[in-house]
Write a protein that binds this ligand. Structure first.
Ligand SMILES: Cc1cc2nc3c(=O)[nH]c(=O)nc-3n(C[C@H](O)[C@H](O)[C@H](O)COP(=O)(O)OP(=O)(O)OC[C@H]3O[C@@H](n4cnc5c(N)ncnc54)[C@H](O)[C@@H]3O)c2cc1C
Length: 483
């Protein structure tokens, strides 16, 4: 029987395992082990359920427009637990010049697609709005090479759109610096829109007209009204827990840190930190790129050197619980982002209990503030007490939160957030070309073709399908291979 070993039990590795379980369900003759170094599965996905609160250490939701997670939830039978954002106050704010300004309706990431909200917003000055409007007349870029998000936004919409919108959103979502962030890897649709329609505004409007009222009709029907962000009723770890339960033929091993990986003849040999030796016909490495590099550098130094060019930055999320009765701020919205030009320490704050139902008991509120990321990562690497006091001070100054929290917990991710820098797509295609020489070896996870959870699920699934195909395992392969 052919054997697959998956190294890394984050969502990409688990999605790969589930694809192999599906093949086994169809009588494929293959065995599979997941080796996870830490004492738990899920990697960055880590929900803590405590005293009626649902706290997410890492990701708290995923975008609904990429269908991989929704499809996985359907297969796992937990799609009825998918949950969109609350509908009572669906607003997000930008904290600018000591004021909370609502992100205007119709702003598609940073491109205005509705006239009145754009004209009346206080987020942009008149010269800023006129500069954004020039997008309608500017020519398209001739060159096809990648560029930074900052260069793209400055070129099409001007500096104000970058400083007040693109930068805080990118910092909030990707912990990234738009000056170094790859447009091609992170927002390929903007490149395509410019190529096809020349103007971003006209292109986004044309796409909006074509789009059905709910994307993927039929697929997302169970959680109407449509929500851009989705999460799980019991927290994102619900996906991990259910997936593992529904993989009875996969051996999941925690505290199984892999130290050495080598190819001998036609098979792969793996040594754990404990000295135990394992053998496999195919290996899926779903560890972060910088750790993957350490496992392959002795025999694939060129790929390892390329993997080392994919940087990671540190972030910290600070969860604060309060008694609702004594909490003065009305929390009418999902939270706010803070532009770098404001020179604050926090980059964003989610009003979690106002954004999603069931995150806190009815008589409590839950906030989550963020520090660090590419622009200020040293702030996330400070000691926990310093981070707590800086966040509380900023929430006092920005939101007037003087109440004593019931708890204040810091979740640090040191070098935990992967960054797609300019020319990332080229780097990945070079890695894929070199990987062809290493038959039976697959690289999966957030470092390659998408950072979000849906991308990781898709990527893990595709790599497992490719491994099964390579092994000649007879089972219906639903996805196309990545190399
Ligand atoms: C703070 C934070 C917030 C985020 N928020 C969102 C969000 O809201 N929405 C969204 O879509 N995405 C979000 N992301 C991104 C998303 O969570 C990650 O990209 C994704 O979860 C990564 O999954 P992965 O399987 O690629 O890697 P990981 O989750 O990092 O899993 C890799 C696993 O490999 C294990 N490992 C490492 N080395 C070894 C070894 N030698 N042997 C065995 N095991 C090893 C690790 O312990 C880990 O469990 C966020 C990320 C972070 C850090």
């Amino acid at each position: 029987m052919k054997k697959v070993i998956i190294i890394g039990g984050g969502i990409a590795g688990l999605a790969a395992a589930y694809r192999i379980q599906e093949a086994i369900n169809q009588n494929a003759q293959v065995s599979c082990t997941v080796l996870e170094g830490s004492d738990r599965l899920g990697g960055k996905i880590h929900t803590i359920r405590r005293d009626g609160f649902i706290l997410e250490r890492g990701p708290d939701s995923f975008i609904s427009q990429k269908p991989a997670v929704v499809e996985l939830c359907k297969k796992l039978g937990i799609d009825s637990h998918l949950m969109g954002t609350k509908t009572d106050h669906p607003k997000t704010f930008v904290y600018l010049n000591n004021k909370m300004i609502t992100i205007p309706d119709g702003l598609s990431l940073m491109v205005p697609t509705k006239f009145m909200p754009f004209i009346t917003t206080r987020l942009f000055s008149w010269p800023g709005k006129i500069r954004m409007g020039m997008d309608l007349f500017l020519p398209r870029r001739r060159c096809n090479s990648d560029e930074s998000l900052a260069s793209f936004v400055r070129r099409r919409l001007g500096n104000e759109a970058l400083e007040r919108m693109a930068q805080p959103l990118m910092s909030g979502i990707y912990a990234s610096d738009p000056e170094t962030m790859s447009l091609g890897a992170s927002f390929p649709m903007f490149q395509q829109v410019e190529k096809k329609y020349r103007s971003l505004v006209l292109g986004m409007l044309a796409q909006k007209r074509k789009r059905p009222t709910t994307p993927n009709p039929g697929k997302i029907s169970s959680y109407k009204p449509f929500s851009f962000f989705l999460t799980m009723k019991n927290g994102l770890s619900e996906i991990v827990e259910t997936l593992v339960e529904q993989c009875p033929n996969i051996l999941f091993r925690t505290k199984a840190q892999v130290d050495i990986l080598r190819k001998t003849g036609n098979s792969w040999r793996i040594w754990l930190q404990t000295g135990e030796e394992l053998e496999a016909d195919a290996v899926i490495l779903s560890t972060p790129a910088n750790l993957t590099a350490r496992l392959i550098e002795d025999w694939a130094p060129s790929i390892a050197a390329r993997l080392d060019q994919i940087p990671y930055v540190s972030t910290a999320a600070v969860a604060l619980g309060f008694d609702r009765k004594t909490f003065a701020h009305p929390l009418r919205g999902f939270g706010f982002v803070v532009p770098h030009i404001e020179k604050r320490k926090i980059t964003a704050c989610t009003w979690v209990s106002s954004k999603f139902s069931g995150r806190a008991p009815d008589d409590r509120v839950l906030l989550r503030a963020f520090v660090g990321g590419a622009v200020n990562e040293h702030l996330a690497e400070q000691d926990v007490e310093t981070i707590k006091s800086q966040v509380r001070q900023e929430l006092r100054e920005i939101m007037g939160v003087t109440e004593e929290p019931l708890f204040c917990e810091v979740f640090q991710y040191k070098k935990g957030n992967v960054q797609y820098q300019v020319h990332h797509p080229q780097l990945i295609s070079e890695i894929e070309k070199e990987l062809i020489d290493f038959k039976g070896l697959y690289l999966a996870g957030s470092a390659y073709k998408g950072i979000g959870i849906p991308d990781c699920v898709k990527n893990g699934t595709e790599n497992a399908a490719a491994a099964l195909e390579f092994l000649g395992v007879k089972a219906e392969i639903g996805q196309s291979s990545t190399h």
